[in-house]
Design a protein around this ligand. Sequence first.
Ligand SMILES: [Zn+2]
Length: 179
Amino acid sequence: MRSCGGCRKKEEKEEFIRFVEFEGELLPDLSFKLPGRGYNVCPSYKCIKEFTKKRFKGKVDGEELYKKTVSLLKDYFLHLLSLAHKTGITVIGQDQIRELKDKEGTLVIAEDLSPKTAERLKRGGWLTIEGIFSSEEIGNSLRRERRVGALFIEKVGLGRKVYKVGEKLVKLLKSREET
Ligand SMILES: [Zn+2]
């Protein structure tokens, strides 16, 4: 168990965002691979701000760090989508997604998909990522020429990582709205 550098809550390492002091800069280490002194922080706007205040006494701007973390987490999520797609655990298209049976996973809905269509695709038990990526961004991550309005990633193999990272992204964005 580790504890959050902001609120002190104890959790497993995977539940946190790891930050690293790397070459004099504080960076989110999303793949848990960077060397250097590391800190664990909840995927929360409040905890990131609290953490920078406590540890870096105004030398690091919490607002900036939050924005940087969101932006890097988005890129990382798209990167994982492209890798997951290559392993054959993705399902593209509304009809194909509606036909899925007994599968756990992550549903990515493009921000430009109609709300009515989006509602028809959602299911209890799935993690839904919506209002974050455009159909062009999703399509690009899959190296597709066309736009992709809806994508499902099964929660197996790399799909577990997609789920975990997606969950953090949703939490991080939601925590900002709540303040
Ligand atoms: Zn916390």
